[in-house]
Design a protein around this ligand. Sequence first.
Ligand code: 5AD
Ligand code: SF4
Length: 424
Amino acid sequence: MNLHESEKIAGILTDLGYTATDSELNADIIVFNTCCIRENAEDRAEGNIGALKKLKKQNKNVIIAVGGCMTQQPNSAQKLHEKFPFIDIIFGTHNLERFKELLEAKLKQKKTLICVDEKEGEIIEGTPKNRTSYPNAWVNITYGCNNFCTYCIVPYVRGRERSRKIENIVKECRELVAQGYKEITLLGQNVNSYGNDLQDTDFAKLIKEVSSIEGDFRLRFMTNHPKDFNENLIKAISESNKVCRSVHLPVQAGSNRILKLMNRKYTREDYIDKIKLLRKYIPDVAITTDIMVGFPTETEEDFEDTVNLVKEVGFSGAFTFIYSKRSGTPAAKMDGQVEEEVSKRRIMKLIDIQNSINRKQSETYQNATIEILCEDYDEKKKMYLGRDTYGRMAYFSSLENLIGKFVNVKITKTGGISLIGEIV
Ligand code: 5AD
Ligand code: SF4
């Protein structure tokens, strides 16, 4: 999400005649696109902004702008202005699409321009984008979130859920395929509730429409919410010859008591039933997830429920997080905040378990030939890399630049999580 927003800011700047530079010393403008989902993201942003104080002293003309969801939090823009008075523009998530106007307004005034609208506006179409992730292209389908999981800051900084019109999404995807993009990732905080605010449209229908675009491309989407991930959608995924055989379904926790406190609106049993249904339609589907440890009041028993769920499902990958207290969310006011040491021990245990599952899954690839979409070149390894339909990463050597091509690779080494192979 944030990455794609940075592509939009870069697109707006390119439209205004700016070009990218590698060094901040040569920059006329430096834009920070911040995130506030966890405390460490905020700390990092503040560290990076603070480091520019010297640069701004040496070069008064460089414009420093800070936007994103960190600045969208109540009072945050003001606090940031007080802490770093040298920032020229502070803008919120709701003002990103209007960055051109903000920049133009700033150039006419000396003092810091603070523009953080409290309420989200209508969806603005047609923002230019400097896409940086060829052969993949990100496409927003919804903005905002209505779910209010009790730990999460997103609904407060991104506003209520709004869906783009299906025809605008399909048009963008068609153009991307015509331009040669080979993988499209549909983006939303909860793509499964796409269309709830529109007439006669839902995510299953969108999947069908995008899948019917002619051309050789893969379709992915993120992120899903188990409460809205239904059979109709599973059917649409299974019937599409474009959608990859991998689904990211964040579970967050394996304990029903914690899931309830998180306001996730499903139980462990509901989650496992959805997994079974998904595997009934797509037996070989790879399922990845997000898991949080150390949510307030989480006991060893609750944590063991999560461990057991991880073992039972056999995820192909898991993003694991230590709960981070976000001011303004209901969980921040809950009693029973878990000690950092306890959370650290729990996350290490989870990572170990998931790593061993990953390694076992990787071993099944030995000598298999898989279709990879070549995505990048690794300068250190001197090898190309890409993923198969299940999202598994593989490296291989080639004299020819194959980025953006589908290639068949025979797996010869499966030591770690990533695979190594040769083109066949
Ligand atoms: N603390 C830790 N992790 C969080 N996430 C969201 N909010 C928090 C928080 N306050 C995690 C969730 C979500 C992922 C994108 O980030 O697991 O699925
Ligand atoms: Fe946050 Fe929950 Fe919305 Fe995801 S669904 S963005 S975790 S509130």
